[in-house]
Design a protein around this ligand. Sequence first.
Ligand code: GDP
Ligand code: GDP
Length: 473
Amino acid sequence: MTEEHTVVDGVDGGDAALAETVGAGEESSEASPASLYPPAPRPTVAIVGRPNVGKSTLFNRLVGRRQAIVHDLPGVTRDRIFGTAELDDDRSVELIDTGGLVPGDDPLGLGDQVGLAVEESDLLVLVVDGREGLTAADERVWTELRPTGKHTVVAVNKGDTKDAQERYGEFFSFGLDQVVLVSAEHGIGVEDLRQSILGLLPVPEEEAQRASGAPAIAIVGRPNVGKSSLLNRLVGQQRTLVSPVAGTTRDPIDTLVEVDGESYVLIDTAGIRRRAKVTGAAEGLAVMMARRQIERAEIAVLVVDASAGVTSGDLAIAGSIWEMGRAAVVVVNKWDLLDEEAREKLELSFERLDTLLSGPPRVNVSALTGRAVEKIFGRVAVALERFRRSYGTSDVNRFFEVAVQRNPPPVDRHGKPWKLYYSTQVSTGPPTFMIFANRKLPLSDSYRRYLQNRLRETFDLAGVPVRLVIRQR
Ligand code: GDP
Ligand code: GDP
């Protein structure tokens, strides 16, 4: 029998559930080792409705065991507002519980943050309380949502009650085709709801990236760090090949640029510009938006504000980059605002970020003055080359032999020594190594970290989320 587990470097904190989540995502990269390109973006679905109708119960029901582990990272509240929901064997969506975005005294549950989440979503699940039947407040909610033109499924919740079963029909007056009776609490009708959502999901848009084969770069960061200003600099000073690439239905999405003879796709440039106008976006929502972009990218350019130093919000986004197995380049913007003293102080705040991302390439810039902005693509090229690099099996084997010889792994509690048979690189983007051994390493073993750090040193992989898969023979 073969037993296996995978750990993304840096998040293997000994939490079994965490490792399981990470391991689950790993299978695909193993199945197609040659694939360098990320999958199509996961559609985003927002759960909306008045307070107390059961949004968060439904969210938990749909997200189930696979939860967004980013919430274990610093700076993100414990209340999960987004997570991944599997709809069938090969389709899943990024789910947002908008109930987590509004204060309790908002009678319609449609604050600005919710408006932003709705705008960012591909589809809405409007939850209503079947036990109360159709209320004037529900009608007002729908009046607000209808102009967005988003595909909407009505989930008539609390379907376990007799009242809901009797009043279910009232909700057809919204004029929507998809009205499903569910009980979030008891798991009734949830499969029907998944099917309704699947039926309304948009067909993936033709991305510039797919057409060009160019590497995809995500520019991410907290609100107001200067992403939009930076984007204008980056696109402005380079020859823009296709600007912008037209999406099928919505705004143009991505921008293809050519720099020093290399093409890059800047992901979601429309979104970056649009969001810059929205003030006061919640940091939790910023993490969600970043995750959508990171998922489609090979390299994430994490923009931080030099005048603020590294904040918990920056760390939460960095955590997502690492957890999703992408390489990072850190761009420190607004450098023009710092004097000598402030620069020294700033350096101290980078310690945690550097540790979290294992020493990513960094560049200090000013989008305002244009300082050093031209260096960004150079750093991206370095990160990309590392991310895609492959190593011969003999080098990999020699590396592990030497590493194990220098610092032999601990014996397990039965006194059985850990024996390594064979190792090889099984995929790139990020470099993933498989080790065949007589037993797997304990989850919390610092030995794994030792191997990953040695790998990074030996193979010059700073800033790259090296993965180790250990197979038991
Ligand atoms: P939210 O404010 O819309 O996120 O609502 P919650 O998910 O917090 O649920 C509000 C209340 O409705 C809680 O007391 C839940 O236990 C209850 N509730 C949620 N789903 C169901 C259901 O399917 N049936 C019944 N009877 N109660 C439910
Ligand atoms: P975004 O929300 O991350 O897209 O940030 P914006 O690009 O909208 O920038 C937020 C604010 O920071 C704006 O007022 C910009 O003019 C300002 N800003 C952006 N880059 C710089 C910079 O390098 N130096 C200074 N001093 N201000 C900047």
